[in-house]
Design a protein around this ligand. Structure first.
Ligand SMILES: Nc1ncnc2c1ncn2[C@@H]1O[C@H](COP(=O)(O)OP(=O)(O)O[C@H]2O[C@H](CO)[C@@H](O)[C@H](O)[C@H]2O)[C@@H](O)[C@H]1O
Length: 723
């Protein structure tokens, strides 16, 4: 094992994340941690970089070392410290690693397991799938050790092939739930530096998408997800947890993402945990604590035993998220929990993250209410990541009993609807709001853009939580989501008919012609082709598009929309297509290859979202030289720079068109769109400048991952918010 002096770390005070008020109080503390640092997964990082180049790959071994696939053990510089060394100090930092292309990989490595309801490319219904498909690979590329656990959905169609690369691990295991024994299998694929693990059960084998079919959302999604969704997120809707452990015997961290549960299923919440531990057990036969008990997992043993059985968690990170197809149902995702097992616990026991009830927001509360008072996880930190404040997980007050919280904690989640929002005379308006509970207990709070981080502290964007969020401004940051550069790259994209790049845009015209052909629209390369991709709901501003369409159709343009969601909008798309056969196409459904072809083939992409925490399609569009026309809100305002043709001595500035709402909402939208169309037609060089500036933008996950690491560092500078 080698040691070396670390290069000067990033100064935490020179934040690129937020305003000075959100900078941690004690920057000095981080400097105290400088000095001698140990090489941790240097080899992994380097080998990963090398391995990726030569189509090899690095496999992490259970003993904490790593090998390059092909059997060669990492050597020399590539030596990896053994796990005991790794855990000998508090939280060890490894030196920043300069990868093959001079890229800094990471200073601190973790083992991370994502457990998620969807992960692209295997499964995806929206932004959640994108994030869980790309963030793990970005973290792996930075030297972290990453596993993703998600269901093995087989819908009986071509999408089933996506799981073809995964082979079965061991034999199926039996778990007890729903009043009987269930057989659960596990499949595994190592790809892009990440171990992808798929939980298999007959309930995942059905037509539709993960959460519903043509008849609507499955009423028992909770059941489908319970097999791998751990007890953290039970309840009516939430869930996702990532946690990272440095436990030698359990060298993975867990990341649960996106569970959908209904309010009456609290007792089923432990099953996923059991399944996961069964799996872990099968790989680490030594000393893993398997939770095979019945319903409740919360502190199933006396506190004193917990101290030896349960490790300390370094980091908990939660995020809220809306499941597109579920309408009002909210999802709270626990994003990342980094576990540290101090040496004595590590010697005796096992890392075990348990919660009797699952909502991830609830998990943060449980951490504060039930673990820390017993000295468990007192060195942990929690981060709540808010993806969509419109969905908070508000449930009837009676649900409180299912949260597993002590009675005296009711105030943390108490929620009373105003009189006007009550449904009948006897309605007291009393409810519980799990997101509120997480906000008042989390150590740090994140959103998916800086703009949205501010919006949620205002009365307009705070959905009733603005004052609470304002009171926590000093720990509130925004990190913009990234783009999976491998999936969304016009020069490599296999879904589009012609590849192209900023240096040669000729392929883009070919993509446009091919799209017009595919849609049955007149083939007219010079006609502005406008696109929209997304959920058909209020958030995405579909009503604005709807209002503006008649006027828009008077223009010489073509317009294609891809989306699914509210029935009224789907019907509207069909009717509009029938009415404007030579100009409009509405593709009702969810189709990833088509979304790529629309992104590549269109000239303009519309995103008139009423609010948008981050938004991904505008990022994809810019990468593909498609100019976004967006409402200046949240992440859209942060990521799209408004076009200014006069800037830089008339060379122009900006990457798209940003309009602001007023009372006549659609008129502002129409106005911005008309200017875009006019620029496309009459000012070709300005348009090309717009396209190229968008394509030059670096919106990759690498940048976001570095910012996440910065927030983790800050989280450890302060003591836990609630002890
Ligand atoms: N019919 C269809 N066919 C094919 N692909 C389709 C599709 N409809 C949508 N998609 C794809 O699904 C993804 C949706 O991304 P968004 O950022 O709009 O996420 P969403 O609003 O679901 O989630 C929330 O979480 C994300 C992630 O944090 C935030 O960016 C966002 O603001 C917040 O509302 C994109 O990749 C898009 O191309």
């Amino acid at each position: 094992m080698g040691t070396l002096l670390a290069p000067p770390p990033l100064h935490p005070c020179t934040s690129f994340l937020n305003s000075p008020e959100t900078t941690p109080k004690s920057c000095a503390a981080s400097f105290l941690r400088q000095g001698k640092t140990k090489i941790g997964y240097l080899a992994l990082c380097r080998s990963l970089a090398d391995g990726n180049k030569n189509n090899g790959g690095v496999r992490s071994m259970q003993d904490g070392s790593s090998i390059i696939e092909g059997g060669k053990k990492a050597e020399g510089d590539s030596k990896v410290i053994d796990s005991k060394d790794k855990l000998a100090t508090d939280r060890e930092e490894v030196a920043e690693v300069i990868g093959g292309e001079g890229k800094v990989l990471t200073r601190v490595t973790h083992s991370i397991v994502f457990v998620t309801a969807e992960a692209a490319p295997y499964s995806k219904t929206g932004g959640l799938g994108d994030v869980c498909g790309s963030l793990p690979t970005a973290l792996a590329a930075r030297g972290h050790r990453v596993m993703v656990v998600s269901p093995r959905y087989l819908h009986g169609g071509p999408s089933d092939k996506k799981f073809a690369g995964a082979s079965e691990v061991g034999s199926p295991t039996k778990i007890y739930c729903f009043g009987g024994e269930q057989e659960v299998g596990f499949f595994h694929e190592f790809r892009a530096g990440v171990d992808w693990v798929f939980v298999d059960h007959p309930s995942y084998h059905r037509p539709g998408n993960p959460y519903g079919d043509i008849f609507g959302a499955f009423g028992h999604c909770f059941l489908l997800l319970t097999f791998f969704v751990p007890s953290f997120f039970w309840l009516s809707s939430f869930g996702s947890l990532y946690f990272v452990t440095q436990h030698v015997k359990l060298p993975w961290c867990f990341h649960w993402e996106g569970s959908l549960m209904e309010r009456n299923v609290c007792s089923l919440s432990t099953i996923g945990m059991q399944a996961l531990y069964q799996f872990v057990d099968s790989r680490n036969s030594e000393g893993i604590l398997c939770l095979k008990s019945g319903s409740r997992l919360m502190l199933p043993f006396p506190a004193s035993r917990c101290l030896t059985k349960i490790g300390k968690c370094d980091m908990v990170e939660l995020k809220t998220f809306q499941f597109p197809c579920i309408g009002l149902v909210s999802i709270v995702n626990v994003v990342l929990v980094r576990m540290r097992i101090i040496s004595e616990i590590w010697e005796n026991g096992h890392c075990c993250f348990v919660s009797p009830v699952g909502v991830s927001g609830n998990f943060i509360m449980l951490l504060a209410a039930k673990y820390r008072p017993y000295g468990v996880y007192k060195d942990s930190r929690s981060i709540l990541v808010i993806h969509n404040l419109a969905h908070q997980g508000v449930e009837p007050a009676a649900s409180y009993n299912n949260l597993g919280l002590p009675l005296e904690w009711y105030g943390a989640v108490e929620w009373v609807f105003p009189t006007w929002a009550r449904t009948h005379a006897l309605d007291t308006g009393k409810a519980v709001n799990v997101l509120k509970g997480a906000i008042v207990t989390a150590d740090r709070i994140l959103t998916v853009s800086q703009g949205y981080a501010w919006e949620i502290t205002t009365a307009e964007g705070g959905y009733g939580l603005d004052e609470l969020l304002s009171s926590r401004k000093s720990v509130l940051n925004g990190i913009t989501n990234g783009v999976d550069a491998a999936e969304w790259n016009p020069s490599l994209d296999e879904h589009i008919p012609s590849n192209y790049s900023i240096h040669d845009l000729s392929g883009k015209v070919e993509c446009k012609i091919a799209l017009q052909k595919e849609l049955g629209l007149p083939i007219r390369p010079d006609c502005p082709l406008i696109g929209f991709i997304g959920r058909l709901d209020y958030q995405k501003g579909i009503d604005i598009i709807l209002s503006a369409t008649p006027e828009l159709m008077e223009e010489d343009i073509q317009f294609v929309m891809l989306g699914s969601g509210e029935r009224q909008y789907e019907d509207w798309m069909r009717v509009t297509e029938a009415h404007y056969r030579d100009k409009y196409r509405g593709w009702v459904g969810f189709n990833v290859p088509i979304s790529h072809r629309i992104t590549a083939g269109c000239d303009i992409l519309l995103m008139p979202s009423r609010f948008e925490p981050c938004g991904l399609n505008q990022l994809y569009a810019m990468r593909y030289g498609t100019v976004p026309v967006v409402h200046g809100t949240g992440g859209l305002r942060d990521t799209v720079e408004n076009f200014n043709p006069y800037a830089r001595e008339s060379l122009g500035e900006g990457t798209g068109y940003v309009f602001i709402f007023s009372t006549d909402v659609w008129e502002f939208f129409s106005y911005a769109l008309k200017i875009a169309i006019q620029t496309y037609r009459e000012h070709k060089s300005s348009w090309e400048g717009l396209m190229k500036r968008g394509m030059e933008r670096d919106c990759t996950w690498d940048k976001a991952a570095i910012k996440y690491e910065q927030v983790f560092e800050w989280a450890f500078i302060d003591p836990p918010y609630v002890i």
